[in-house]
Design a protein around this ligand. Structure first.
Ligand SMILES: *[C@@H]1O[C@H](CO)[C@@H](O)[C@H](O)[C@H]1NC(C)=O
Ligand SMILES: *[C@@H]1O[C@H](CO)[C@@H](O)[C@H](O)[C@H]1NC(C)=O
Ligand SMILES: *[C@@H]1O[C@H](CO)[C@@H](O)[C@H](O)[C@H]1NC(C)=O
Length: 347
């Protein structure tokens, strides 16, 4: 069920949560700190069962691709839980995790023990594949090789996976993900919410716009900003069109001449902006992490919400742990499976 971000219902929800969390913070003090560097442990999620009308055709599986990193695993776990919880057919959602740690003997059992009933596979993403191609951006976290894995997913996933929803790990879904899955691509490679009022110029440098040859990349299309943390991708069409190489070509240009400031987003915009299928904005309420440099708190945009996205510098689990949460972080907290939060919430 989706919810509207009407001020009154949000405030009452926040009121309730802040009561829970205030007592949580008080109790957490008594919990012995786990030594750092050890994988965090998570409580087991319940089994989510299919509704009566779910399809049994293997080709109707919903494929979700997410990056999986030890630093963001708490976000990934919350994201998976939120997706299952709001799905009419949770048993038909299949997860594909891209990870540089896929051979790590701890991470697979960790997912298995948290979600014993989950349909998932892990795939290795070799960071060396992009290491020499990454240019330094304005925020170090954006330069992690795994951020670039989405550009390579079409090659990594098995050939029988033809369409995927790519999701970042700092999201929660509060609606049936099947609705997003059903978007009609109309021959496009990619679907995502588009923001045609955002200042597109600002995503590229003066050096880019003043070079006629480079700026000509957008000739014949009206480019609009979209966020690459939530995308429906026809991976078959992506493979056929050689889009990985096209994005890589722009990364190579960036190596020669600084044409943008952010990480993996701008080269994807260069290839696709103005050429995607738009999706309702409710599917990516992004920027909740605040801006890229300071991570200041941000409120919700008005309108219905199906997916919340903590893009930007601040992450809800870090802000909640440091007891300096933003108001929107209380919307993430109910999906947190981290043990420390459970012990706290139960007492
Ligand atoms: C959906 O899940 C049910 C129960 O596990 C299974 O029998 C069926 O084959 C699945 N269908 C799809 C489309 O994945
Ligand atoms: C899925 O498979 C069924 C049975 O094999 C077929 O009738 C249906 O058209 C397929 N659907 C899609 C979307 O390919
Ligand atoms: C858009 O951004 C560019 C570059 O940052 C700036 O020069 C321009 O004034 C902005 N345009 C608007 C309409 O805000």
């Amino acid at each position: 069920m989706a919810y509207r971000s009407s001020t009154s219902s949000l405030l009452s929800l926040l009121g309730l949560l802040s009561i829970i969390l205030t007592s949580a913070a008080a109790i957490r003090l008594q919990i012995t700190q786990r030594p750092t560097g050890v994988a965090p442990s998570f409580r087991e999620a319940p089994a989510f069962r299919n509704g009566a009308k779910c399809s049994s055709h293997a080709n109707d599986t919903i494929h979700i691709v997410m990056p999986l990193d030890t630093n963001y695993i708490r976000g990934t776990m919350a994201a998976v839980l939120s997706i299952l919880q709001h799905s009419t057919c949770p048993e038909n959602v299949s997860f594909h995790f891209l990870s540089v740690h896929h051979l790590d003997s701890e991470i697979f059992p960790l997912i298995k023990s948290t979600f014993p009933f989950l349909r998932f596979k892990m795939y290795g993403f070799d960071p060396n594949r992009v290491r020499g191609k990454i240019s330094k951006s304005i925020r170090q976290a954006l330069d992690q090789p795994l951020n670039y894995a989405r550009i390579y997913m079409a090659d990594i996933l098995p050939a029988d996976v033809k369409r995927v929803i790519y999701l970042d790990s700092d999201i929660i879904v509060v609606d049936d993900v099947a609705k997003l899955w059903g978007v009609v691509l109309k021959g496009r490679v990619l679907a995502a919410p588009e923001y045609c009022h955002a200042n597109f110029t600002s995503y590229f440098t003066e050096a880019f716009w003043s070079d006629g040859e480079l700026a000509a990349a957008f000739e014949g299309r009206r480019p609009c900003y979209f966020n690459t943390g939530v995308m429906v991708v026809d991976v078959e069409r992506w493979r056929r069109g050689g889009y990985t190489r096209r994005v890589e070509e722009w990364m190579a240009v960036q190596k020669q001449k600084r044409i943008y400031q952010l990480g993996s987003l701008p080269p994807i915009l260069l290839v696709f902006a103005g050429n995607i299928k738009g999706v309702d904005h409710r599917w990516n309420q992004h920027g909740l992490g605040g801006d890229n440099l300071e991570g200041r708190c941000r409120g919700l945009h008005p309108g219905p919400i199906s997916l919340l996205h903590w893009s930007g510098k601040g992450k809800p689990w870090l802000r909640l742990d440091s007891r300096r949460p933003c108001t929107v972080d209380y919307l993430w907290a109910p999906y947190d499976l981290h043990r420390s939060s459970r012990v706290a919430l139960e007492e």
